[in-house]
Design a protein around this ligand. Structure first.
Ligand code: HMG
Ligand code: MG
Length: 287
């Protein structure tokens, strides 16, 4: 039997958040509705962050209210604090994500907090989600390299991963935010993290800035990971990490996984349509 690998579609959030030009809510809804028919189990549909920090995600409540929900799909969103959590909950998201970093420089630039402060801030979010029965995912940015602090020590990633597990995250997504990871640095990072978190609770979130995301995915597969985040059409980046342009494209990952003999369960024709739609939405990102 073919082994399954899941692609977690993050295009509507990570892909679009970096676009400077306001994208009409209806276009975001159309993209999510198309993706909902492609066979994903989880789609990151938006982000309940400060609209001053990321204006593109200011309409996430409206997006959530307008999509046609497919029952087999869990619609997820970022929630950096309780304000974001309450907005996400009111909008009806199925799961939330708290997002920290393994480097102090990025943590401050992205969420205006030290790593320690961010974990304190996440605690009530995780508690509220647990009380409401919503799954919480944890992200760690800059798992190999930081645009502010340089190379990230693997032990630092492992320490933050352990803390996020303690907060009750069901899965930790490891972000190569600026796409500078290499199979050797990704491998070293994973060796350290796997001492804290089992492979079946980890996901790889690799940006493709240097064109190495697929190699890094292959290294991660060898080390037991079976979930990878990707953005249809290769959209994306992070506004607080210069050089973070380009999530690895979902359709490219799906094709490589198929060649490697893994089953993603995704409909290739719908993916292609969604990739085209996503590319049409692109225009003048911040990088
Ligand atoms: P802050 O300025 O320190 O927060 O920002 P604050 O609590 O002092 O609030 C400032 C203002 O924002 C207040 O409004 C709050 O009400 C409001 P004012 O009184 O000035 O009118 N506010 C909010 N409004 C709506 N929703 C909220 C919210 N929170 C506060 N949730 C904060 C701290 C975390 C809010 C801010 O830094 C922020 O929103 N950062 C988000 C940055 C972001 O979204 N980055 C991209 C996503 S992360 C990423 O892409 C990486 C990832 O893909 C993995 C990888 O690739 O590595 C996940
Ligand atoms: Mg990202």
């Amino acid at each position: 039997m073919t082994e399954k690998v899941e692609i977690f579609e993050v295009g509507p959030r990570d892909g679009l958040q970096n676009e400077k030009r306001p994208i009409p809510t209806a276009h975001k809804v159309a993209l999510i509705d198309l993706l909902s028919r492609a066979g994903f189990h989880r789609i990151e549909a938006g982000s309940f962050v400060s609209p001053k920090w990321v204006p593109q995600m200011a309409d996430s409540s409206d997006v959530m209210g307008a999509i046609t929900r497919v029952p087999a799909v869990r619609y997820a969103a970022l929630t950096p604090n309780l304000t974001g959590y309450r907005r996400a909950r009111a909008a009806g998201v199925d799961e939330v994500a708290i997002f920290g970093a393994a480097s102090e420089g990025f943590s401050r630039a992205n969420i205006n907090a030290t790593i320690a402060e961010s974990l304190e801030r996440f605690t009530p979010v995780a508690e509220a989600a647990r009380a409401d029965g919503l799954p919480v995912r944890g992200y760690i940015s800059c798992v190999t390299d930081c645009p502010y602090d340089g190379p990230t020590p693997p032990a630092k990633v492992a320490a933050v991963a352990g803390r996020l597990m303690d907060l009750g995250c069901y899965e930790i997504s490891l972000g190569d935010t600026i796409g500078q990871g290499r199979p050797d640095t990704i491998g070293a990072m994973l060796r350290a993290v796997l001492r804290e978190v089992p492979a079946d609770r980890l996901a790889g979130h690799y940006h493709d800035t240097a064109g190495r995301a697929l190699e890094n995915i292959e290294t991660s597969l060898e080390m037991g990971l079976r979930v990878f985040d990707a953005a249809v059409g290769g959209l994306g980046g992070c506004p607080y990490a210069k050089g973070a342009t380009g999530n690895v494209a979902t359709e490219t990952v799906a094709d490589r996984l198929a060649v490697l003999g893994y089953d993603t369960g995704l409909d290739r024709d719908i993916l292609e349509l969604a990739a085209q739609m996503a590319r049409d939405m692109r225009g003048g990102g911040r990088e």
